[in-house]
Design a protein around this ligand. Structure first.
Ligand code: COI
Length: 338
């Protein structure tokens, strides 16, 4: 293993020792796979995933904790969501135990790549796609599931800092009855053009509005969005195109149980966001990331005077504290793997 400088990790791909691989035919169930050396894979140019985007993924992290053990965080929720995503995309529905075992096996075999306590995390990417060829649009005959890992640092360059978001009304992230509520690969390809444009203008991410009315907050690129106003924590409600984020759910529970905030999941307008006390976004990759400003056609709307809001800070500390075992895991969210 090449020496890794844990102090300069970004959110990039680092090659590790191994990856997990399993295959399954349409109509069959996922059976035991195996670890194989990390490396490239061969694929037919007619593979379902390449031509028609038949693929979905998950994202989770392994943490090295203050108790010097390695833990996964709420992996049961990722397993549940993978089952929902695979079903929606006509991929053989993935069994939860199979999924969790594959993740555990991969992390264990790559344990040396889990950054030391407080120096980053091991990002885990389970991904499944249609491997068999198809030229007509249909679910293909065979699927491949892989789990690979990469040690990572902060998602956004510069670490934890207030993000600058751009509203782009020319694009939507996902349609209400489409696939925005699952982790379909196509949701992320749709975001690349507006994201690249926003980044070239100096913004960190795009804030999308809902595809039906162009009125309600949707998501921030790869993350769920929250605002706080007068001890109320608000976030767009699930049920349409919003992704049921694992961090989203965790923050809601921490805010209610540990900070006594009122939790409101509902449709939220831009004005409510502009008038909020503070805002932040959440995701496995971004953790809890503060929002410093939102720019729309009328100009820049600053939040928390461009600083990190106090509740945002507290929620981040509590979430990361649980994940790193700095504080007790009262919710029973950790899955130790060694
Ligand atoms: C995650 O937060 O883990 C995600 O899956 C978002 C990813 C596209 C970076």
């Amino acid at each position: 293993m090449e020496k890794i400088d844990w102090d300069i990790l970004g959110f990039n791909v680092v090659e590790t020792k191994s990856m997990f691989k399993a295959t399954c035919k349409q109509g069959e169930t996922w059976q035991a796979g195996a670890l194989v050396p990390y490396g490239t894979i061969e694929l037919s140019p007619a593979a379902g995933v390449l031509n028609y985007g038949q693929g979905c993924f998950e994202g989770t992290k392994a943490f090295r904790t203050a108790n010097n053990r390695v833990v996964l965080f709420r992996i049961d929720l990722n397993a549940k969501r993978m089952a929902v995503s695979t079903k929606r995309l006509c991929i053989p529905e993935m069994n939860k135990t199979f999924f969790i075992n594959a993740v555990k096996e991969t992390v264990l075999d790559n344990i040396d790549y889990v950054p030391p306590y407080n120096k980053g995390t091991l990002y885990v990417r389970p991904i499944v796609w249609g491997t068999a060829p198809a030229i007509g649009v249909k679910p293909v005959e065979e699927y491949t599931f892989m789990v690979f890992v990469s040690p990572v640092g902060p998602y956004f360059k510069g670490g934890v800092r207030p993000l600058h978001l751009k509203i782009n009304k020319d694009y939507h992230r996902a349609a209400p009855k489409g696939i925005g509520n699952i982790k379909a690969i196509g949701n992320y390809s749709a975001s690349l053009y507006p994201l690249t444009k926003a980044k070239s203008e100096g913004y960190d991410e795009v804030l999308y509005l809902d595809a039906k009315d162009d009125t309600f907050l949707e998501e921030v690129g790869t993350a769920n969005l929250f605002l706080i106003k007068d001890k109320k924590l608000m976030t767009p409600q699930l049920g349409g195109s919003i992704l049921a984020g694992v961090t989203r759910d965790s923050v809601l529970k921490i805010a209610k149980d540990k900070l006594g905030l009122d939790i409101i999941e509902t449709d939220i307008t831009l004005n409510e966001l502009y008038n909020s006390d503070e805002a932040f976004c959440t995701g496995t990759a971004v953790s809890v990331s503060p929002v410093g400003s939102i720019t729309d056609d009328d100009g820049v709307h600053s939040l928390s005077d461009g600083n990190i809001g106090p509740y945002t800070m507290k929620l981040k500390e509590l979430l990361v504290g649980i994940q790193r075992e700095d504080i007790d895991d009262d919710f029973g969210w950790l899955f130790p793997i060694e």
